[in-house]
Write a protein that binds this ligand. Structure first.
Ligand code: NAI
Length: 315
């Protein structure tokens, strides 16, 4: 039998946490034959609901779940973890400025977390979900230099999956038949969902998405804005931000990272442009047209502004 892997979820008592931990305990993240020990961290005001979550996990009797550490102690939470999913943070509420959220959240990703000393720094894989995800990952990297840069990533897999979902609905095809979409840039409304290299499996072979959709106007406007604004649309409909799709995409991210995938997808690091090493080289060779370049420049500009803002909050 395999040794259990230790998976840390910060902010576990929140709504993404509630959707995410049962997925991990069911093997969605690391495979149906991989036992796990869940480390769940939250802050003291959430202690009771964290304990409630632990009770539910026990009650669900997950065969793969070999242990639960539910704690508000950062050191205990981080010790020995193989995978860290950083969901803990403050979501933006009505009337809050971007800077307010930023100053609350960047301080969570500073050295106080002690991540670098506590995890197995050379092998641990870190996924930052909490927004601003790219910038939080950047901060974490700056303050945890012993974790290799390539092991600190942030979640844009949700945006990627949203893009696949839109194409599959438009063409009325299975989502699994749509491949090689790319999300460039920030996990925000400036992101650029790019289907110039995407294909769909058809009975007569793989066809470019552009050829099958045959509506450049839709692809260049409505498709892009729907994916960019999807998070806001969910908040409007649910009065809460995306949770099950974020949790599921976090599982996709880690699963493909740990177990590999033949497909294209991007794992962000803080720059918003990095990915798996092999993918890195490969993306460098992609032809980028002028339309795409402009969209990529706009989102890169936003990332650089966020970085400046984040540093001003830290100082
Ligand atoms: P939530 O408010 O329901 O849960 C957040 C949890 O984090 C709470 O239980 C809170 O007590 C905890 N927390 C706050 N500070 C903490 C700290 N210092 N250490 C540990 N835990 C801490 O929020 P929700 O809906 O679960 O979202 C979490 C984050 O994920 C938000 O920042 C949200 O914007 C982001 N998000 C990112 C997505 C992505 O695709 N990258 C998609 C959806 C949400």
């Amino acid at each position: 039998a395999k040794e259990p892997m230790r998976v840390l979820v910060t902010g576990a008592a929140g709504q993404i946490g509630y959707a995410l931990v049962p997925m991990i305990a069911r093997g969605v993240m690391l495979g149906a034959d991989q036992p796990v020990i869940l480390h769940m961290l939250d802050i003291p005001p959430a202690t009771e609901s964290l304990n409630g979550l632990k009770m539910e996990l026990v009650d669900a009797a997950f065969p793969l779940l070999k242990g639960i550490v539910a704690t508000t102690d950062v050191v205990e939470a981080c010790t020995g973890v193989n995978v860290a999913v950083m969901v803990g943070g403050f979501p933006r509420k009505e009337g809050m400025e971007r800077k307010d959220v930023m100053s609350k959240n960047v301080s969570i990703y500073n050295p106080k977390l002690l991540l670098s000393r506590l995890m197995q720094p050379l092998t641990a894989k870190v996924l930052v979900v909490a927004n601003p995800a790219n910038t939080n990952a950047l901060i974490l990297k700056e303050f945890a230099p012993s974790i290799p840069e390539k092991n600190i990533t942030c979640l844009t897999r949700l945006d990627h999956n949203r893009a696949l979902g839109q194409i599959s609905e438009k063409l009325n095809v299975q989502v699994t038949d749509v491949k090689n979409a790319i999300i460039w840039g920030n996990h925000s409304s400036t992101q650029y969902p790019d289907v110039n290299h995407a294909t769909v499996k058809t009975p007569s072979g793989e066809k470019p998405v552009r050829e099958l959709v045959a509506d450049d106007e839709w692809l260049n406007t409505e498709f892009i804005s729907t994916v960019q604004q999807r998070g806001a649309a969910i908040i409007k409909a649910r009065k809460q931000s995306s949770a099950l799709s974020a949790a599921s995409s976090a599982c996709d991210h880690i699963r493909d990272w740990v177990l590999g995938t033949p497909e294209w997808w991007r794992m962000d690091d803080c720059s918003g442009y990095a990915c798996l090493p092999s993918f890195y080289m490969f993306m460098g060779c992609l032809p980028i047209d002028e339309f795409s370049r402009k969209k990529m420049d706009a989102t890169a500009q936003e990332l650089s502004e966020e970085k400046t803002l984040a540093y001003s909050c830290l100082n």
